[in-house]
Design a protein around this ligand. Structure first.
Ligand code: 5CA
Length: 440
């Protein structure tokens, strides 16, 4: 993309209405614009990041054996009356009437709808277990939407739902999602620690939150430093390996991590002092096992292996996809702006010309831009007619992992500067070497 042709509005000043750094940076760097309280438009830069996150979440869900589908945002009130949640959910639910005075709602979550869909088409134990998911917008009329996309009213969620014949199977489905989450967050370039949680309005008695550490987080967290060293990608952990998944769960269960809601001083005291980590955190995922809460209330039954009737055991698993954009920025930024982890960066490389009127610089930049594109590297070329310093500032602000800075003096000697955003390391090298490095 050439910046001169893009819709990338960056602001010089920090917006005064934003309280936390990620919200400020998302507005300054032009990722989002608020269109109503807690409701945001995603501008091209922000949308690219949102889609990257979505895709990483999707691919790991698929690897774990979950199947993607898409349910609508609008749901009928009658569906929610079946589970009893239409009245129980309270003012967070956006209730609407259509032209025929029928009551509908903008879905805050989808347990009822997926249970009804499953009930209509699944009749036999042979069709279980199944885990289905979708990535869809939700609406929760939060009393105090704040911190930008972190606590929005409209937000994008990946929500998965598992159906099993018995509790043992359902626990395996739960462990499978737990592994998928640990892997997903690691791939996104952030550390998210699983913590025992209360299950709230979703219900059930087994629940974990996945918390990204950031000083502005809403909850206080306590965890064992062992979480800093776990590598969840290792190949001896495999989907479908029952004993391995049980081990994973046991390891998570026996390695202390809790939010202030579930913190247990007696257990905390058993963690060696030099391994105790405390801080604040942002919830980016939440998984729940709630057994037959919805299947029972909504009459979902299948025929069992021996002619009996079985009520499937269920769990649900949410990732805050849009919240993750803010959470990643909270965890990865500096005074100059965002520092995107490679996996979610809107573009991998930014090219900056220091003097827009210097022909040799422009020619070198244009040629590098075309060659990187031809090699499949995502690249943003800042060819705007702006001062070099302004362009460098914008490039730092939007946080692309690599910058190539091209100026008249360097080009006269046949060199450009390659800068790594995360460390600030700079290197002078030939155009060819820069190209080779960035296409490795
Ligand atoms: N049905 C279950 C799991 S699918 C569910 O709704 N869980 S949840 O309420 O915990 O939401 C899942 C995730 O969505 C949360 O972990 C959080 O990351 C994200 N989320 C929840 N509320 C908001 C909000 N108001 N703004 C942005 N993200 C949110």
């Amino acid at each position: 993309m050439r910046w001169s042709q893009a819709f990338l509005p960056v602001l010089k000043e920090s917006p005064s209405d934003a309280q936390i750094v990620s919200h400020k940076l998302m507005l300054r760097a032009g990722l989002v614009r608020q269109t109503a309280a807690g409701i945001y438009a995603w501008l091209p830069l922000g949308y690219r990041v949102l889609q990257k996150i979505e895709q990483i979440v999707r691919e790991e869900q698929n690897r774990s054996g979950a199947q993607e589908m898409l349910m609508p945002t609008l749901q009928s009130a009658d569906l929610w009356r079946e589970s009893g949640r239409y009245d129980a959910y309270g003012p967070e639910m956006l209730r609407i009437r259509d032209r025929h005075e029928r009551e509908i709602l903008y879905g805050p979550t989808n347990e009822e709808m997926i249970t009804a869909l499953f009930r209509d088409d699944v009749k036999s134990y042979r069709d279980l277990p199944r885990t289905l998911y979708h990535i869809q917008w939700k609406f929760r009329d939060e009393v105090r939407p704040r911190f930008g996309v972190m606590r929005g009213r409209e937000f994008l969620m990946k929500d998965a739902y598992s159906f099993d014949l018995d509790e043992a199977g359902a626990r395996q489905s739960y462990y499978t999602q737990m592994l998928a989450y640990l892997r997903t967050f690691q791939q996104l370039g952030i550390r998210a620690v699983p913590m025992k949680a209360a299950s709230g309005p979703i219900g059930g008695d087994l629940s974990h939150e996945f918390i990204v550490l950031a000083p502005t987080g809403e909850s206080e967290v306590f965890y064992d430093a062992a979480y800093e060293d776990f590598d969840w990608q290792q190949s001896d952990l495999a989907y479908g390996d029952e004993a391995g998944l049980q081990n994973l769960f046991d390891r998570v269960n026996s390695t202390y991590a809790a939010t202030d809601e579930t913190h247990d001083e007696a257990r905390w005291a058993t963690v060696a002092g030099d391994r105790q980590r405390t801080g604040r955190g942002i919830e980016v995922g939440h998984i729940f096992y709630f057994g037959d809460k919805y299947s029972n209330a909504m009459g979902l039954k299948v025929s069992g292996r021996d002619g009996t009737t079985v009520t499937p055991m269920m769990g649900s698993y949410g990732v805050g996809v849009s919240r993750l954009v803010g959470a990643i920025i909270e965890a990865s930024h500096d005074d100059a702006g965002i520092v995107w982890p490679e996996a979610v960066a809107p573009w991998r490389v930014g090219i900056v010309t220091m003097r827009a009127d210097d022909e040799p610089s422009n020619a070198a930049a244009a040629s590098l831009y075309e060659k990187l594109r031809a090699a499949g590297v995502e690249v943003l070329f800042d060819d705007r007619d702006e001062r070099g310093g302004v362009k460098l500032g914008s490039m730092d602000l939007i946080g692309l992992p690599w910058q190539v800075v091209i100026g008249p003096r360097g080009i006269a000697n046949g060199t450009v500067e390659l800068k790594r955003r995360s460390t600030g390391e700079r290197e002078e090298l030939s155009l060819e070497s820069a190209l080779a490095r960035l296409t490795q």
